[in-house]
Design a protein around this ligand. Structure first.
Ligand code: C2E
Ligand code: CA
Ligand code: CA
Length: 281
């Protein structure tokens, strides 16, 4: 276009310009939030069908801006990774998760609530002192390390197998539990997965949603659940939205469920109330 000089042809469509503009606006918001802890945390309770109560929760990050409104994590987390502030996001989430665990356990000393999981990104595992810094947060909040759960995706492991393995072994020795996130979406390297100490394997919601009443699929789900069970991991299904899906999972012997059918992600106060109410019934 005009005024760019002959060597800089403009190949940007208005849509592309718009996307570039939005990305840089998000980068500014993320950078600011990282500096001052401007994120918020939501907790989505995890239902145990066998225990008929909420037994855990996943911490999910939220970012709201006056101008851009609520920015979805699928959009701002990749930006936080690219601009190098993802460790600030994780530290913020870890602190909130540990504070929740502390408050909940203090208020409900007889509770069977097991803990909160925090999502870790692939790029974080290159940090040398990651295990120490995470354990320091746990210690500062005075909670048992076994109440903290770290969610790792297959793609994070594949990007950095040695670093992830070392981190997991170190943390596991201190009692921290691990969830394998988004199972079934990437290139599953089953043998590698099975070597790592995952307490819970989280089946991606796309897997559940593609499952029908197909007899073979039910059988396959059952075998998958039993197989992971034999290896010492439980299966948790994400994205449970209907009673039909819940029934399907019951048939497969998959007891841990997370989804809008049970609860949306909630503020920490709301989550505490919902979890406590489920324990009283
Ligand atoms: P994820 O780890 O797979 O988290 C589950 C996502 O599914 C959440 O979306 C949750 O709100 C949504 N969800 C839960 N139940 C249902 C359901 O029944 N139906 C549907 N349609 N969705 C359901 P959310 O909060 O938008 O997060 C999206 C992704 O952003 C997460 O996927 C995770 O990859 C990433 N993310 C969120 N918070 C963090 C964080 O603190 N750190 C990192 N590294 N990533 C995060
Ligand atoms: Ca997750
Ligand atoms: Ca997931």
């Amino acid at each position: 276009s005009k005024g760019r000089g002959p060597n800089v042809p403009c190949v940007c469509t208005p849509d592309m310009m718009e996307a570039i503009h939005r990305r840089s606006a998000i980068a500014d918001v993320v950078r600011r939030a990282a500096e001052c802890g401007g994120f918020t945390v939501k907790l989505q309770p995890v239902w145990s069908e066998s225990e008929r109560r909420f037994v855990a929760a996943e911490a999910l990050c939220r970012l709201d801006d006056d101008e851009l409104g609520s920015i979805p994590p699928d959009e701002f987390i990749p930006v936080a990774e690219q601009i190098g502030v993802i460790s600030d996001v994780t530290r913020f989430m870890l602190n909130r998760a540990c504070a929740f665990i502390r408050t909940y356990r203090d208020a409900h000393p007889d509770s069977t609530f097991r803990g909160v999981s925090v999502n870790f990104s692939a790029v974080e595992f290159i940090q040398d002192d990651l295990a120490e810094s995470v354990l320091a947060v746990v210690e500062r909040h005075g909670i048992p390390a076994s109440c903290l759960r770290v969610e790792v995706t297959e793609s994070a492991i594949i990007a950095n197998p040695d670093a992830v393995r070392a981190f997991m072994e170190d943390m596991h020795a201190h009692g921290v539990r691990f969830y394998l996130d988004d199972f079934g979406t990437g290139y599953s390297n089953i043998s590698m997965m099975l070597e790592l100490p995952f307490d819970v394997v989280k089946l991606d919601k796309s897997i559940l949603w593609s499952a029908t009443e197909d007899e073979h699929l039910t059988e396959f789900f059952g075998l998958l659940t039993a197989g992971f069970g034999a290896m010492g991991s439980q299966i948790l299904s994400e994205g449970v939205e209907t009673q039909e899906q819940r029934g399907f999972l019951n048939e497969c012997g998959c007891s841990l469920m997370q989804g809008y059918l049970f609860s949306r992600p909630l503020s920490p106060d709301e989550a505490a109330a919902v979890i406590a109410a489920s324990e009283e019934e």
